[in-house]
Design a protein around this ligand. Structure first.
Ligand code: ADP
Ligand code: ZN
Ligand code: ZN
Length: 821
């Protein structure tokens, strides 16, 4: 029997699904996983995904009817819907928020709904006069938002009118959504039918004797076809591709078309482009790699996640390629997750050469149309069997996932901070693998404490690669005591004499250098040298960062910008000085010290544009830069062949932070950036500058002893009840009024403590206690690993509800972050 109601996921932050009635006309087409358009509240139209069908009328409200069904097939699979529910429960958010993050925007209709005129609508005569105002407006404009429609029709409640127009087929709401994945076409050239035999073609060539450009074009065309025979068979060449090969050929192409030498055809093209190169075989593995591969397979057979701990350049990526090959040859799909878009370029090229058109790449620097295309392809068992992507690619509609690789598994960028869902893609991938009986491999040179702990305890299977491929040695790390050098007045600004000596040598040898400074900006802040006054943001409780090239002060929390002051805001003194140092200052100083060197800088500020990263990486790869100065971005898994020297300018700044992960992150960043030195050609060198050479973390970095570091550090985690022994949930409480906030968060802290006791820490004012005019308080909850996520969520939510249900606190908001990084 057909069901009367549908529960629908809508992109709103309310913790439930919404029930709509299914009108007769959509009775056959409304099904789970398909998208529908509904009205929400008074005026909003939105699209959502059908979660389930049933016959239970909701008791609390009258249902509205579904307005339109957008799909003939499911766009979201049952497995995905179940995953959304799990993510919402574990990460304490709503299914609607997961939906928002999961679906590419080309498949969604959000609050700014656009209305379009149906060009083929039939005249309807009994419409109210205001309807014609809207129709006329739409006839003159491409579209209009629902809000605009209210203005045009001078109606407060425009929705009933629009609904009528939609029902009458006059107004369309889904035009935009279908347009974004309409197939894309492009002009291709083909030999004109007249000339599709050898004699005719030869005559035509002869006739071009006095038009060298046209001759050149035609010859290039034939060679791009793959020879005369292919051209005669009617092989097509994209016009764009032909013109790319012949300088200034567009006039000549037009001539050739006019002379009926070439003809134009529209062809459907992939937005994602296709691969024309040769498919390379996988590389034969070395003996140790073969051994590691066998151990990985054994782990998979045990049904366990495998942690591959392999030093940089040990061939982890080679192993991944072998495993992917095995997986797809069985007809299953593989997902390769990376923490950063910046890393996808290098790996894409490597995977593309083995997997060609089977490789799909998925991340936010691709246009929405491209992302929709990957999504749709996966629903139809299309061409992609290998997906390379960043965290959002866990949301793709996989049909038969056989392998997930989480490369650089330790990287904090797998975690999404804002907005909800605040998920960690590595951890969600582990869950997906468990549910789908799919193999999962976590790879890294510097395992996260959590993953290594699970490997030690037997929950994961541990596989190790301890040597670089072909016996290349790991870099030699020299520690330079900056305190000592400072005392003897040997430091030149931030560079020790030893570092400068080695930079000089590297440049003489035409080798490249990476300088790592974990802070962006020219100098973190300005300070009055008379009274120590520091300019602060007017919206946030934080000092403004000084940016030299724009002579401005910028708040890194809210973006608020001021021009640089010339006088102290407190005492009026003109002697303001810069304190601290960042990548910009390093770049500037190194240019002064080495005026001949070509210096590039890689940090958040220089890589914001859509191609920023790629340009920098590729010019460094090509040797157009000698020195690359950067923040933690340069530490991540990039492979550069000519880097012989890495300088870590200030190790102390990484280790002296109060965060319980400071040592772990410090070890990871230093070991990772060191790994950039001396790939392939010869042993690299690292200069590590610190005022504390005896610091245990530094000693473990120098001796490249991850295990030693782990043992030294894990005891502390256990003692202080941190992960991996306990799970953390951090609550951020926000309000514009400090006093209301303090009262509400104290109350919330108390109710939490009534259930959880001393495992609730705070409320406490965070180091930055106000952002964008909202005051903040933090509460940290340590949860037993065995506690049920849904029960925990329920309890915390009930405490929050108790708090915000009190009248003075009703606008207090509480944000939960589960497993914060
Ligand atoms: P990792 O991922 O551990 O950093 P890679 O897989 O990138 O290591 O290997 C480092 C370098 O050594 C790469 O240039 C890679 O092509 C090369 N390499 C590793 N193993 C092999 C192999 N079995 N055959 C050929 N080249 C290899
Ligand atoms: Zn002052
Ligand atoms: Zn600010």
């Amino acid at each position: 029997m057909e069901k009367k109601y549908a529960d629908i996921v809508l992109p709103v932050p309310l913790p439930r699904l919404f029930t709509y009635s299914i009108p007769d006309e959509f009775a056959g087409t409304t099904a789970p996983g398909r998208r529908v358009v509904v009205s929400f509240g008074k005026r909003r139209l939105m699209s959502g995904v059908v979660f389930a069908l049933h016959n239970n009328a909701p008791r609390e409200y009258d249902t509205k009817a579904i307005l339109s069904v957008l799909d003939d097939n499911e766009v979201v699979t049952q497995d995905q819907l179940a995953l959304w529910e799990w993510i919402a429960a574990y990460y304490q958010c709503t299914v609607g928020e997961v939906y928002k993050a999961a679906l590419p925007s080309g498949l969604k209709l959000e609050s700014e709904t656009r209305l379009y005129l149906n060009k083929d609508y039939e005249e309807v005569t009994d419409l109210p006069p205001r309807a014609y105002a809207l129709i006329n407006y739409l006839a003159d404009n491409k579209y209009c938002t629902l809000d605009k429609a209210a203005v045009v029709t001078e109606l407060k409640n425009v929705y009933p009118l629009v609904k009528r127009l939609i029902e009458a087929g006059i107004v369309l709401v889904n035009e935009e959504m279908t347009a974004s994945y309409r197939p894309k076409t492009e002009q291709a050239l083909v030999l004109h039918p007249k000339h599709r035999n050898e004699d005719a073609l030869r005559d035509f060539f002869d006739s071009l004797g006095r038009a060298p450009k046209q001759l050149e074009l035609l010859m290039t065309f034939v060679s791009q076809c793959g020879g005369v025979d292919k051209a005669i068979e009617g092989q097509r060449v994209l016009r764009r591709q032909l013109l790319a090969a012949v300088d200034g050929g567009s006039g000549a192409v037009a001539e050739l078309i006019k002379k009926e030498g070439l003809a134009v055809e529209d062809v459907q093209v992939d937005r994602l482009g296709s691969f024309n190169g040769k498919i390379a075989d996988v590389n034969p593995l070395s003996a140790v790699q073969v051994q590691a591969l066998a151990e990985i397979r054994a782990g998979f057979e045990d049904g366990k996640p495998v942690l591959l701990h392999g030093v940089t350049s040990s061939g982890k990526t080679e192993l991944y390629i072998h495993l992917i090959e095995e997986t797809i040859s069985k007809g299953r799909q593989a997902l390769y997750l990376l923490p950063e878009i910046a890393l996808t370029t290098q790996i894409t090229n490597r995977l593309r050469s083995h997997f060609g058109d089977k490789l799909g790449v998925y991340h936010s620097r691709f246009s929405d149309g491209e992302r929709v295309e990957v999504w749709k392809d996966m629903l139809t068992e299309g061409r992609f069997s290998v997906i390379l992507g960043v965290r959002s690619s866990i949301f793709l509609p996989f049909r038969d996932l056989g392998l997930i690789i989480v490369d650089e598994e330790h990287d904090p960028s797998f975690k999404q901070y804002d907005p909800a869902p605040r998920y960690n893609a590595r951890d969600v991938a582990l869950l997906m693998a468990r549910r789908a009986s799919c193999n999962i491999l976590l790879g890294t040179a510097t395992p996260s404490i959590e993953s290594y702990y699970h490997a030690r305890s037997g929950m994961y299977h541990l596989v190790e690669l301890t040597q670089r491929h072909e016996g290349i040695q790991l870099p030699l790390i020299e520690v330079v005591n900056t305190q000592e050098a400072k005392r003897r007045k040997l430091m030149q600004s931030h560079f020790s004499p030893r570092l400068l000596e080695l930079v000089t040598k590297a440049l003489e040898n035409k080798e490249q250098v990476i300088l790592f400074q974990n802070r962006r900006g020219f100098a973190p802040y300005l300070e009055c040298s008379v009274c120590a006054w520091v300019p602060r943001c007017i919206h946030c409780d934080v000092s403004m960062t000084y940016h030299k090239h724009t002579e401005s002060l910028v708040c890194h929390y809210c973006g608020y910008t001021e021009t640089v002051r010339t006088r102290c805001g407190a005492c009026g003194s003109p002697s303001l000085r810069t304190v601290g140092f960042g990548t910009q200052k390093v770049e500037e100083e190194i240019k002064v010290l080495f005026p001949e060197a070509r210096v590039g800088r890689m940090d958040y500020d220089t890589t914001r544009g859509s191609k920023g990263y790629e340009k920098l990486i590729s010019s460094f790869e090509k040797g157009e830069l000698d020195i690359l100065v950067g923040t933690q971005m340069v530490t991540k898994g990039l492979d550069f062949d000519r880097v012989s020297l890495v300088g870590i300018l200030n190790a102390d700044s990484m280790l002296n932070s109060p965060d319980f992960r400071a040592f772990e992150r410090g070890f990871q960043m230093m070991a990772q950036v060191s790994g950039r030195a001396g790939r392939k050609n010869k042993r690299g060198r690292v200069v590590l500058q610190t005022s504390d050479p005896e610091h245990p973390v530094i000693r473990f970095v120098v001796s490249n002893e991850f295990k030693g570091f782990y043992e030294y550090h894990i005891a502390e985690r256990e003692m202080f009840r941190y992960p991996p022994y306990y799970r953390l949930i951090s609550l951020t409480v926000k309000h514009r009024d400090r006093k209301i906030l303090q009262e509400a968060s104290a109350f919330l802290g108390d109710v939490l403590k009534s259930g959880l006791g001393n495992r609730v820490l705070g409320p406490q004012e965070p180091p930055v206690s106000r952002i964008r005019d909202y005051f903040l308080q933090k509460i940290l909850i340590k949860v037993e690993r065995t506690a049920s996520p849904s029960k925990t969520k329920e309890f915390i939510q009930s405490c929050i509800d108790q708090t915000v249900s009190k009248e003075p606190w009703k606008y207090v908001s509480v944000i939960a972050d589960v497993d914060p990084m």
